[in-house]
Structures are given as C-alpha cells and as structure tokens.
Design a protein around this ligand. Structure first.
Ligand code: SF4
Length: 175
C-alpha cells in the first residue's frame, strides 16, 4: 500500500518507517508541524527528519512552517495540561493536512508517527484520524512491540538530536 505518513519528528519516524517498510508498504513522509516552537527548534526537527529520510530511503514532503493558524486554534486551550483537549486539536490539525496531502498525491492511506510516543494515547489519535476519513486512515499504535524503544535505539545509533519537550510553547512552559 502507498501510505502518506505524517512525521512529527525524525526520531519517531526512525521507528515507524522501518516497521511500515518491513510490512511491504511504500512510505511517503509528510512533515507538517505548525505546533513546533520556536522556529529554530522546528528547523532542527526537520533536519533530523531529512536525515532519517536519507537513511531509510523514502521521500519527505515538507509543508511550509505556518504556526499562526495553529496558535489561533489552540489559544483558548493554552492552560490545558499535556494530553488534554489542546493536544486533541493539535493531532487533528496535523492529520487533516496529511489527509489533504493524500488527496493530492493519490496514496491509498494515511497515518502518523504520533502513536509511537508513550505520551500520545493511540485511542485519541486514531479517533481523530477516523473522523477525518475512516476509509483511508490507517489506525495503528506504533508504540506496541517495543516501537518506542526501537526508535530511541535508532536515535542513539545514528546520533540524532533528541528534543526534551513535545513541541508547542505551552509544552516548553510545562516541561
Ligand atoms: S503538548 Fe504536544 S501534542 Fe499537545 S498541543 Fe503541545 S505540541 Fe501539540
């Protein structure tokens, strides 16, 4: 299957892309993360995603960095804790754009690296994906079968930059 994979960062991609490729899928990476703050951090994470794309030999499509809409959409939820309503909106915004990209490139399915993180509940991410397009969203929980551990090992082996907060300015405040 040709799958558009939303990539939240290169480290998560290092674990997930390999899994999908081993299953015989063709992966098209899609980097869309307007949540990441500040821009210097965005650039670092994008650079790691490019490195992983080179190492695992899959195309990486990069959407422009456009944080303003994201900030507007989440402004009323800035005091939510990580894992709360703000995060649900954040997943949805990124998955919606990934779905738009699927339509554009004619892939069979779309999914996301987000569920590889132990901090991202697969049920909430998968519900958002299903509600955007149940026919084409590939529901997964990539943290299963030691997915997160494998991604971390790959990051160490390749000496990749590892961020210490989720991404948005609120997660910097709360870390
Ligand atoms: S904590 Fe992470 S998932 Fe939640 S809103 Fe911020 S960047 Fe998005």
């Amino acid at each position: 299957m040709k799958i558009v994979l939303h990539i939240c960062c290169g480290i998560c991609a290092a674990g997930v892309v390999q899994t999908l490729q081993d299953e015989g899928h063709e992966v098209i990476g899609f980097f869309y993360n307007p949540n990441i703050h500040p821009q210097e951090e965005y650039a670092k994470r994008l650079e790691v995603a490019r490195t992983v794309s080179d190492k695992l030999d899959f195309p990486l499509n990069e959407a422009p960095y456009a944080p303003d809409e994201w900030l507007k959409a989440t402004a009323a939820m800035q005091n939510e804790p990580e894992g709360g309503r703000r995060c649900e909106i954040c997943y949805r915004i990124r998955l919606q754009e990934t779905y738009r990209y699927l339509i554009k490139c004619g892939a069979d399915a779309f999914t996301t690296t987000l569920t590889v993180s132990p901090h991202k509940p697969a049920a909430i991410v998968n519900t958002a994906g299903r509600e955007i397009c149940g026919d084409t969203f590939l529901q997964r929980d990539f943290k299963k079968k030691e997915g997160f551990k494998k991604a971390m090992q790959q990051a160490r082996d390749w000496d990749l930059y590892r961020q210490d907060y989720c991404g948005c300015l609120y997660s910097i405040r709360d870390k």
